[in-house]
Design a protein around this ligand. Sequence first.
Ligand code: PLP
Length: 347
Amino acid sequence: MAATTHHHLSHASSLPKTLNHPLKQNPFSQLPVLSLRASKNLFRRQSLSLRAVLSQNPAKTLNATFQHCFTKSPDGFLYCEDTKVHPYVATGNKNSKFGIRNEKLQWFLDAVKAHPNELKLVGAHCHLGSTITKVDIFRDAAVLMVNYIDEIRAQGFEVDYLNIGGGLGIDYYHSGAVLPTPRDLIDTVRELVLSRNLNLVIEPGRSLIANTCCLVNRVTGVKTNGTKNFIVIDGSMAELIRPSLYDAYQHIELVSPTPPDAEVSTFDVVGPVCESADFLGKERELPTPAKGTGLVVHDAGAYCMSMASTYNLKMRPPEYWVEEDGSVTRIRHGETFEDHIRFFEGL
Ligand SMILES: Cc1ncc(COP(=O)(O)O)c(C=O)c1O
């Protein structure tokens, strides 16, 4: 497992407690499907191929019943009602920038037909959104997609791949919720995929790696303004933007021992960046920490370092690999001001 850290905490041995998802081998090798990487190779091999990305629309689907988070609107589109899906991570909606609208399917197929030497349609791809907690909707989507594929095949295309995307959620709240795994996703669509003799591609990201990492911080102070208590830390929205961007919950724990008589209060956990949006947690019940206390933000293995920035001249932190025995190895250097300045030299 890896940890992104500002300082090497001497309490690292307490970290593995909730970090229970070590990736000792490539997880894709355990999945009986083509990985994203494999599909890239595929496209490299078949240099004339095209990834067809089709939006879902039940208007074209016969006998489909949708009982889960998606509902069908009067204009025939799917709307996701799962309140856990923030609008910024919902991708399959009517006005989304992604994919190709169903009424453009024929236009799209005609365009492919018009370029037989340049384009080869090999599959259909959809991605429903992120932090999805039920796999049933993937079955709903697969029903739509195989019906599209039937339609596409009926026009003479040899379509071999269905890519059902990613987007499985994880237990960000650490409530003990058992959420579907990539295996559950495969099992949900297996029969349908086999019934059309298709190869299945899935693209789980977060559900494979999110809980392998945490962002390690130090408390720089505690303050009260108005009626709010704040724990101020050295980490910020620059290193982990999900709370600011999506109002996302990420579990927070103090990792240094606090005195047994430390008062428990409700805090917003905030960084030093000059934005009111710079928070990593809101309304958290925590013992009042002393300056220098270690504080971890869990589940930073996906969409943390990859989205990190140098906003407010906060250099990106180093990354460490933590073995199960607690030993720690640095796997990425922290950025320095000199690194940053280098981009402006010799111009
Ligand atoms: C097309 C596509 N596939 C897969 C993913 C991975 O999603 P997640 O990490 O939530 O599984 C994304 C994320 O935005 C995506 O856009």
